[in-house]
Write a protein of this length. Structure first.
Lengths: 233, 178, 621
């Protein structure tokens, strides 16, 4: 069984586990969006990125798809990781600001400004609906169509599908379908934020700023961003 | 004794409907290409000049694939089109070498002259304007390809000249030069 | 033609062909069978040539050899007359009878038809004295002038399939791999991974089914080296693949060619059929017990399918979406089996290494980047074409000594390498040697070999915008950072080119570019911000001019330029007014014309047609 080291914890993981499964088993939190337990991992949202060092090279990979291997070194919350996560979320939230899951995650990882103009799309292509339709319902009624900036998820020819059994699985699992609350503020990219502001993960679990990794605010998560710049483009 | 000539009976000719023609075509193509999806789609595109919905549904049946997968592949690759094309297809190369030599301006001139944008077909269904991301003939850029015929070193001023050749002509290469 | 059943039979056949060729007293070599050459009317030249030879009853006295691309695209099609090796560039149908009469029949050299060196103003007779060819080391492309790509006999005559014979009869698979490793050959597709190591890893996998794939999806705009190799010498790639398959233990091979290369596909199909007929493909090749066959799979217009996992998905008939590596294709590739993928140029180098020996091969190039590399030298350069140079040559030598600098005296500003995954290297860094490490340190990559020369009339912000636009369309759409990142980078760059840029944009672009590079899953996303980041690094002044002064220094960005007619130079010829599509020019014949700025759509046609240089491009206040 391959031996890996995640955030300093040495562990012998089963051969077919991913970094995400291993981390969760150890109680380490890695945020995810497109990942859903029971469906094959997609690795598209890039929120679960972690830093791995293998073969002398450090790079960011998605924890949900990367398999454990002998001698793997993983860090889940380096500044490089936090920067990437925040930017990825900034991109997603400007694509689809109405999603409650995205807004909750923004509050959680401390994203306070979005510098891109909102697209107000109703989907951010996490692909959960496609996967549940294929893997759990065996229907394959909907799928990805086109690519790049023209990508969308729909039925063939945008016509009513004969394979669709109206099970509602796609609706249930969609993170964009749960709408954020509008709050008192008019349309902005980041939601109104409940008054009892959602705490960032470290404070949530570790009380004071006594960060057990010794980072003491260096990872950036528990230090709130001062500027709340208005959305740009 | 002379052999009696056999009385000629009218042959029973089966007139295929459009659907049956497509069905036969898809089946033959699938067999020819070992049931490889992309090659079959390329055959259909060559025959019909685009991918008709009926053909794609037939492909899903013949290759035993979910329609969603066939449609997903048909929309992913740029070479496949799901809308019928004009009589003549004008393809402007937007590769880097062509771009640096002014390919964008050639495209803009064509868009102005034909009154359509790249990706669209003229109202009289005569021309479809497309772009491609490099044909590999970079030494002679900017390149424009009309119905498979290559034109090199194109400038905006030359555009109207060769457009005239294709007004109202049937599809296909105009003469046997190339 | 009989099937060749052993190495000995091959040697006999080679001797026979060479003896026949030696008997050829006079030869006319003409480069016909290549896409660019067709474009320049080479088919007509070929038919006129055949007619004129018949007219003069020369069929039995002269051999016609119709080759593929000879590399100097600027002056193709070319004709070489032997004996004498007289090189005649830019052949038109009209030139054919003249050359036949003078040079072929009488043996006289037509001075006015020879290549004229524009710098030294001298006429040159032999091709290897022409500056374009002099500095090159044409290992892979060298045989193009001796081969008709539709005839396997020509390839055998220059020693083709000898390396294969040697491999199958004298070398074990492990020995082949060791030789390739020793040679230091690195993947010519762009990443530069050591080929021998890749083969070794795939060999180690235990599976009775393995595949080798040739990546001929050359998607980089501006790069056409692979097309040239496939069109002009397809057997070199086939031979390389057979040797590789033998080393790795694969029985089936695929060549994935982009569908925009119909001629390459045609020549490959002919070559594979010929190789099968002669027994180089199929069962029990050259009596070795080794079976191998090759199939062709066509691309369908997706740049991302140049990435190996996306390519595999495409052959499998799926959407070309890359997937996570590990597992690598060498472990689990095509249909889940161990697969080795290499670029066209990499495969073409394999027979050369086996024939020459790794030690000889190592002598070329640098210590870490051995051998040669083929570049497509295009853009604002005088001598456009395919150049093959030893690794380690400087950019200065390639662009100026071989390329001849810019065609119209303008200053060279930068050279772009690596296509949309690469970057722009400014003039002041041209003393850099061309090898994998130096180029990547400069922020670019070697890439597949596209080398686009840019001059003072190229706007670097526009170049970054062009590539980012390309990438946002070609992105498969899976990763948020790539899909959204390229769109946002494009949107900000577009704003800058249209005069809406703000200073904070530059830091946002850099941050965004860094994350797109860091967090995307595949090579496309991981290099998507290179064009932007390199231009920001080396040409920040252009960005600042666009943002602060609303000025485009190169005069390209339409929203920031205006056209003006210089009164002193205008002769009132009315040419500009007649050609203006927006009716934005006023003026009487023989009187000074002027442009109405509000109506002007900045198409630049007046600038093009004016014969008196009276139209000027201005930018900024």
């Amino acid at each position: 069984m391959p031996k890996v080291k995640i955030d300093g914890i040495l562990f012998e993981a089963p051969k077919n586990w991913t970094i995400l499964e291993t981390a969760r088993f150890l109680g380490l939190e890695i945020p995810t969006l497109c990942y859903y337990e029971g469906l094959t991992p997609w690795g598209g949202c890039r929120i679960c990125v972690v830093e791995v060092a293998s073969g002398g090279r450090k790079r960011l990979v998605s924890a949900c798809t990367y398999p454990v291997e002998e001698g793997l070194l993983v860090s889940t919350s380096t500044p490089r990781v936090i920067k990437a996560r925040k930017m990825a979320l900034e991109l997603l939230i400007s694509e689809c600001p109405t999603s409650r899951e995205l807004q909750d995650m923004a509050a959680k990882i401390g994203l306070a400004r979005v510098r891109f103009s909102p697209k107000w799309e109703r989907c951010f292509y996490c692909g959960r609906c496609v996967r549940i339709c294929e893997e759990q319902m065996m229907a394959k009624a909907i799928g990805f169509v086109n690519r790049g900036n023209k990508i969308k998820i729909t039925t063939p020819f945008d016509k009513t599908s004969e394979e669709c059994r109206r099970c509602g699985g796609c609706l249930y699992i969609c993170p964009a379908c749960t709408l954020r609350c509008e709050g008192a503020q008019p349309e902005t990219v980041l939601c109104g934020r409940c008054d009892n502001e959602l705490q960032p993960s470290c404070l949530e679990v570790y009380d004071n700023y006594a960060c057990w990794m010794g980072l003491k605010g260096e990872c950036g998560t528990c230090v709130e961003e001062k500027s709340k710049t208005k959305a740009k483009r | 004794m002379a052999t009696r000539a056999k009385r000629k009976r009218p042959l029973k000719v089966k007139v295929l409907s459009e659907e049956e023609k497509i069905e036969d075509f898809v089946k033959a193509s699938a067999k020819k290409h070992g049931y490889l999806l992309i090659s079959v789609l390329e055959d259909i595109q060559e025959r019909y000049n685009y991918l008709p919905e009926t053909a794609l549904r037939e492909v899903a049946k013949v290759l035993s694939m979910p329609l969603r997968d066939v449609y997903g592949v048909a929309t992913f690759y740029r070479a496949f089109r799901l809308q019928p094309r004009g009589r003549h297809e004008i393809c402007v190369c937007l590769g880097t070498a062509c771009h640096v030599r002014g390919g964008q301006r050639v495209l803009e001139k064509l868009e102005r002259d034909l009154n359509i944008k790249a990706g669209e077909t003229t109202k009289d269904k005569n021309f479809t304007l497309e772009t491609v991301n490099c044909l590999g003939a970079c030494a002679l850029g900017p390149i424009v390809v009309i119905d498979g015929r290559y034109y090199g070193n194109v400038t905006p001023t030359k555009v109207s000249n060769f457009l005239k050749e294709y007004q109202g002509e049937k599809r296909g290469v105009k003469d046997e030069k190339n | 033609m009989k099937r060749i059943k052993s190495a000995k039979e091959l040697a006999e056949f080679t001797r026979k062909i060479r003896a026949e060729k030696k008997k050829e007293r006079k030869r006319i070599i003409v480069s016909i069978r290549a896409t660019c050459c067709y474009l320049k009317g080479s088919k007509e030249v070929a038919s006129v040539l055949e007619d004129e030879v018949k007219k003069r009853k020369l069929e039995n006295k002269v051999t016609l050899l119709m080759t593929g691309c000879l590399g100097f695209c600027q002056v193709e099609p070319v004709m070489v007359i032997q004996p004498g090796d007289i090189f005649y560039p830019s052949i038109t149908p009209e030139a054919v009878p003249e050359i036949l009469d003078a040079t072929v029949i009488k043996g006289e050299i037509l001075d006015h038809r020879l290549y004229l060196d524009p710098e030294r103003k001298k006429r040159i007779v032999h091709w290897d004295e022409i500056p374009f060819y002099k500095r090159q080391l044409r290992l892979v492309l060298g045989n193009n002038g001796e081969i008709d790509p539709t005839r396997i006999e020509d390839y055998i005559a220059v020693g083709g399939y000898k390396a294969l014979a040697r491999t199958l009869t004298q070398m074990s698979p492990e020995k082949v791999i060791a030789e390739i490793k020793k040679s230091g050959l690195r993947g010519r597709g762009g990443a530069g991974f050591p080929t021998g190591v890749k083969w070794e890893v795939t060999r180690r996998e235990k599976s009775d089914v393995k595949y080798v794939i040739c990546n001929a999806d050359e998607g980089d705009p501006g790069a056409y080296m692979d097309r040239s190799i496939l069109e002009s010498n397809p057997h070199s790639v086939i031979e390389g693949m057979i040797i590789g398959a033998y080393a790795i233990g694969a029985k089936e091979g695929w060549i994935y060619v982009r569908n925009e290369y119909p001629l390459a596909i045609e020549h490959l199909t002919l070559a594979i059929a010929a190789a099968e007929k002669f027994g180089f493909l199929g069962k029990n090749i050259l009596d070795s017990g080794f079976d191998f066959s090759i199939k062709i799979s066509k691309g369908a217009g997706a740049f991302v399918c140049g990435e190996e996992t996306a390519l595999i998905a495409s052959i499998e008939g799926k959407r070309g979406i890359p997937r996570q590596r590990p597992p690598f294709p060498s472990t689990s590739g095509l249909w889940g089996k161990p697969t080795n993928i290499n670029n066209v140029e990499t495969w073409a180098n394999v027979p050369i290494i086996i024939a020459k020996g790794a030690d000889e091969f190592r002598k070329i190039g640098t210590k870490t980047s051995t051998g040669t590399k083929i570049f497509s030298l295009v853009g604002k350069v005088r001598n456009t074409g395919l150049v093959e140079v030893p690794m380690g040559i400087t950019l200065e030598e390639v662009v100026f000594d071989i390329g001849g600098g810019t065609p119209n005296g303008k200053k060279v500003k930068a050279v772009q390498t690596g296509g949309p995954s690469g970057g722009c290297i400014p003039r002041r860094l041209f003393s850099l040697p061309v090898d994998y490490e130096s180029l990547s340190q400069a922020g670019s990559i070697m890439g597949s070999g596209g080398m686009i020369v840019m001059d003072e009339d190229t706007c670097m912000v526009d170049v970054a915008k062009y590539f980012t636009n390309f990438l946002q369309d070609e992105s498969c759409g899976k990763c948020s950072t790539c899909r959204e990142g390229t769109q946002r980078m494009y949107s900000i760059l577009n704003d800058i080119t249209e005069g809406r840029g703000k200073e904070e944009d530059l830091s946002l672009l850099e941050e965004l570019g860094d994350v797109v590079k860091d967090a995307s899953m595949c090579g496309l996303g991981q290099t998507a911000s290179n064009p932007l980041l390199t231009t920001l690094r080396y040409f920040k002044n252009e960005y600042l001019a666009h943002i602060k002064e609303k000025r485009c220094p190169a005069g390209v960005c339409k929203a920031l330029i205006r056209f003006e007619i210089v009164a002193e130079k205008c002769t009132g010829c009315t040419l500009c007014r007649k050609n203006c599509p927006a009716e934005a020019i006023t003026g009487e014949p023989k009187k000074i014309h002027s442009i109405i700025e509000e109506k002007c759509i900045k198409c630049g046609i007046c600038y093009d047609v004016c014969k008196f240089d009276a139209v000027e491009k201005k930018s900024g206040v």
